[in-house]
Design a protein around this ligand. Structure first.
Ligand code: NAD
Length: 339
């Protein structure tokens, strides 16, 4: 760290998310600066670095991590590149904020868990940023407070205006429903034990080859039942909603009622058009929390265990989709480092 305690961050992968994190760290986050950017596309790395004072472009993550002014790593490369970047960060014992997924499958996520355990301390925060969304945080505090009694059910809606080209059924689970897997585990403090996928008729808005929408059901080890409407070509915008049904009441978030207008005989508001807009605040708070914890020498937030558990639930989810039946989640024992 610099003499003023500013955290020098290497951002690995400067695509959509990485470039946004570079902007965030440079313009929004306090206590950190972007010391290095890494991309396998050298032109892209150079272009992003040119916009940031004192930032060096690299094409090799390990070279950036070896630099004197790099104190921490933010991984925003595609999921299949995460394991190598995480292991390189461990070799330098650097703190990491790793965009979800930790890795694309449970076996590689377990290898990361084992490597972090060999370090003997946690180094990884996984980018499940919904935990930093103010509405989700309020729901979590309410459930933890216990005034509504035990949660029995959680109804979720995850709607997108349209899927990008090439989006597959497996990506519905691995890229979209993975967020509900994490918030379910976090809100309820329970592990997901099985996944079932039910499909209504395909929407006329779904692209060829994609079964959209789908209804995904989780059962948990605490006896809760959770449903997720995942509806990714709804046409009207990006909506993420959750309603907890508890023994003595319910609580619902995500209605997007920040501003309601009344005019010309109608009332209404606007619907966010994408995740960057809907969760802007959550991304900002996530990165600030990571920087603050790192400067205190701590690791907080979603752990590598949470990343592994999500990967294990995703595997069950993809099998539930393809086999058309309820699939039990195969979860390893939780190591002491993550208890
Ligand atoms: P992207 O394709 O826009 O960008 C990826 C970038 O990484 C590209 O510039 C590419 O050249 C570079 N790259 C590829 N392999 C690399 C390697 N081995 N080393 C360094 N750079 C490499 O992807 P994206 O949409 O920005 O997604 C990046 C990550 O963020 C993924 O893990 C994705 O799942 C995650 N993501 C998270 C959220 C969220 O809401 N938390 C949303 C979108 C994406």
């Amino acid at each position: 760290m610099s003499q003023y305690g500013t955290l020098g961050v290497a951002v690995i992968g400067t695509g959509r998310m990485g470039a946004d994190h570079v902007r965030r760290i440079s313009e929004v986050t306090s206590g950190a600066r972007v010391a290095a950017v890494v991309d396998i596309d050298p032109e892209r790395a150079k272009r992003i670095a040119e916009g940031v004072d004192g930032c060096t472009p690299y094409t090799d993550p390990a070279a950036a991590m070896a630099a004197d002014d790099v104190d921490a790593v933010l991984i925003a490369s595609p999921g299949p590149a995460h394991e190598a970047a995480l292991l390189a960060a461990f070799a330098h014992d650097l703190p990491v904020l790793c965009e979800k997924p930790l890795t694309p499958d449970a076996a590689s996520a377990l290898r990361v868990l084992e490597a972090e355990q060999r370090l003997g301390h946690r180094r990884v925060q996984v980018g499940f940023m919904r935990r930093y969304d103010p509405e989700y945080a309020r729901l979590k505090a309410l459930l933890d407070g216990g005034t509504l009694g035990r949660p029995l059910m959680l109804h979720n809606r995850h709607r997108n205006a349209a899927t990008p080209p090439g989006f597959t059924n497996a990506m519905i689970i691995n890229d979209s429903v993975v967020h509900e897997m994490d918030v379910t585990r976090w809100l309820l403090g329970q592990e997901i034990t099985s996944v079932t996928v039910v499909r209504p008729r395909r929407s006329a808005g779904a692209p060829d080859g994609l079964d959209d929408p789908q209804l995904v059901l989780f059962e948990t080890d605490g006896g809760a039942v959770v449903d997720v409407e995942v509806n990714l070509n709804c046409g009207f915008g990006y909506q993420v909603q959750a309603e907890a049904v508890c023994e003595r009441g319910t609580a619902r978030i995500g209605d997007g009622h920040a501003m309601v207008t009344s005019a010309a005989g109608r009332w209404g508001g606007t619907i966010a058009q994408g995740f960057v807009e809907r969760f802007e605040n959550a991304y900002d708070r996530q990165v600030q929390a990571w920087v603050d914890a790192t400067r205190r020498g701590e690791v907080t937030g979603p752990s590598a265990w949470d990343g592994y558990a999500a990967a294990a639930v995703c595997e069950a989810g993809v099998r539930a989709q393809t086999e058309g039946r309820r699939i039990a989640v195969d979860l390893a024992g939780r190591p002491p480092l993550y208890r």
